[in-house]
Write a protein that binds this ligand. Structure first.
Ligand SMILES: Nc1nc2c(ncn2[C@@H]2O[C@H](COP(=O)(O)OP(=O)(O)OP(=O)(O)O)[C@@H](O)[C@H]2O)c(=O)[nH]1
Ligand SMILES: [Mg+2]
Length: 278
């Protein structure tokens, strides 16, 4: 009963297919619009990239932080070929954590494209999480190789956090010795196990601390008519909520020092480091 007057079956099919194509095109447009919005909002979030020698456990850490079962983990070199980003809850804030392709001394030719994508992700990161396989007797050499690659990628100056993974493979004695030695060399290294319940809590806490110190929750007051400053805040900060107080907009947002400075110069009042309401 779908056939219009004088239509052959073929014409009917064609009409139905065209309707379907039109519908799908509309949906695709909506999806693409959604993507742009998502990407823009993601740009404002705090970003951390997992970097490190291949097989150190980067993907396992991301899976452990997110409970993600869709993350590819394997005991072989270069299990991960595409950067993958997931939102991680660190208490009162969210961090976008990206898994990347593992680093190695001599990069095989076919991995150069994967590596370029990794480069783009690490270049955008607020913090690099350098994952070290504490169970590897050669972890110090691997760490140096990774540092060299980071230099070559032009991100050698990025803030980073050393993450010693697979501590379950160490005896209690060896772990204590390692922690003591590392504690003398660098500040704030964390010791984790991606495979054990609660084993990633030190990393989650460190991420919480990093976001609180780099992007303190702030109260910003600006004139409700100041669209330019408001746009700047939305572009560069993570807006939590906003209300009006007469002619003043009162906004709670996470902003870094640079943005706070720009807002103040533009005439806004910025109170950094306010407490999060319970
Ligand atoms: N014992 C132990 N094994 C772990 C831990 N974390 C990861 N592994 C194992 O180490 C291997 C490599 O883990 P992946 O997460 O794929 O490592 P990756 O750093 O993502 O590796 P690439 O993607 O190749 O760079 C897997 O067999 C994991 O199960 C850990 O905390 N303890
Ligand atoms: Mg991986």
């Amino acid at each position: 009963g779908m056939r219009g007057p004088g239509e052959t079956q073929l014409e009917t099919d064609r009409r139905l297919i065209n309707q379907r194509i039109k519908l799908l095109k509309e949906r695709l447009r909506d999806v693409q619009k959604g993507r742009v919005v998502q990407r823009q909002s993601r740009q404002r979030e705090f970003k951390a990239s997992l970097v490190g020698y291949t097989n150190a456990g980067k993907s396992s850490i991301l899976a452990g932080l997110t409970g993600g079962r869709d993350i590819f983990i394997e005991d072989r070199l270069f299990a991960t070929l595409d950067p993958l980003t997931r939102e991680v809850d660190v208490g009162e804030a969210k961090v976008l954590v990206t898994d990347t392709v593992g680093f190695i001394r001599k990069l095989p030719h076919h991995l150069v494209a994967s590596f370029r994508a990794t480069l783009e992700e690490t270049a955008e990161a607020d913090l690099l999480l350098h994952v070290v396989d504490a169970g590897q007797p050669t972890w110090e050499e691997q760490r140096i190789v990774v540092e060299q690659v980071l230099e070559e990628l032009g991100v050698g100056d990025r803030p980073r956090l050393l993450v010693f993974n697979k501590i379950d493979l160490l005896s209690e004695e060896d772990l204590l010795a390692l922690q003591e030695r590392i504690g003398r060399l660098v500040k704030g290294a964390v010791f984790v196990s991606a495979l054990h319940e609660g084993g990633l809590e030190p990393l989650r806490r460190a991420l919480g601390t990093a976001i609180r110190s780099r992007r303190p929750l702030s109260e910003i007051r600006l004139s409700a008519g100041d669209g330019k400053l408001l746009a700047e805040l939305h572009r560069g900060g993570e807006v939590i909520d906003q209300r009006t107080d007469g002619d003043t907009l009162v906004i709670r947002a996470r902003v870094d020092d640079a943005l706070a400075g720009r807002l103040r110069r533009g005439g806004a009042e910025v109170i950094a480091g306010i407490k999060t309401p319970a």
